[in-house]
Design a protein around this ligand. Structure first.
Ligand SMILES: [Zn+2]
Ligand SMILES: [Zn+2]
Length: 216
């Protein structure tokens, strides 16, 4: 397993919360178990849920800081996470299993194991690809995070669904603008063709523009 692939754990954890739409899918032990499935069979307590949520907030800050160009802040939070949740690799064959690697041996909780792998994976990706590859979805109000692994650094949305939604919204906005411009042109043409009403129509447009101006 590539070390960078552990960054998926950071993305999965951060995306269990959507504070901007008041959605949170990490509030119960059952939900935590689902998230922790890659760690194998494990006992999950309420304390693990609380710890994972705390790690989640800090990982979110890493993405938000990177997204807004505050890389030193992203690095600071990431380093503090790695200090608290260190990688401690051990090769083991416990319980009759074949030799395999434990990355966070001796971590006090399963949440800590998850946190150690998530933070390390994110650090590997951020340093190999660049911090500008840590993204926050641009399809408002979605704020889910992603790691842009595209070759041309063009990814803006966390999912295909959000990309489609954003494209449809942009298309509608363009259509609306086209209709508005066409309507204005038509009104102007009508006014030009009927000199007697030109003043009234002109006054109407002026009034409309005036009331739409901000701060008045
Ligand atoms: Zn094991
Ligand atoms: Zn999204």
């Amino acid at each position: 397993m590539e070390l960078a692939s552990y960054a998926d754990r950071a993305v999965s954890l951060v995306n269990t919360a959507d504070p901007y739409r008041h959605r949170d899918t990490l509030t119960t032990c059952e939900q935590a178990k689902e998230l922790l499935a890659p760690e194998g069979r494990c006992r999950v307590t309420n304390a693990d849920v609380a710890e994972l949520r705390a790690i989640r907030d800090r990982l979110r800050e890493v993405f938000d800081a990177a997204e807004s160009g505050r890389v030193p802040r992203a690095v600071q939070v990431l380093n503090s996470l790695m200090k608290q949740y260190p990688i401690r690799p051990v090769v083991t064959d416990h319980d009759g299993a074949s030799w395999h690697l434990h990355l966070a041996e001796g971590a006090p909780t399963i949440a800590a194991v998850y946190g150690a792998k998530a933070a390390m994976g994110l650090a590997v990706q951020a340093t190999e690809l660049g911090f500008d590859r840590l993204g926050v979805c641009q399809a408002a109000p979605c704020r889910e995070v992603f790691i842009d692994t595209s070759t041309n650094r063009s990814r803006r949305y966390h999912s295909d669904r959000c990309a489609t939604r954003a494209n449809v919204a942009a298309y509608r906005a363009r259509r609306k603008e086209q209709a508005r411009v066409a309507g204005e042109a038509e009104a102007a043409a009508n006014a030009a063709n009927a000199p007697g009403t030109a003043t009234a129509a002109g006054a109407k447009v002026m009034a409309g523009a005036g009331s739409a101006a901000p701060g008045r």
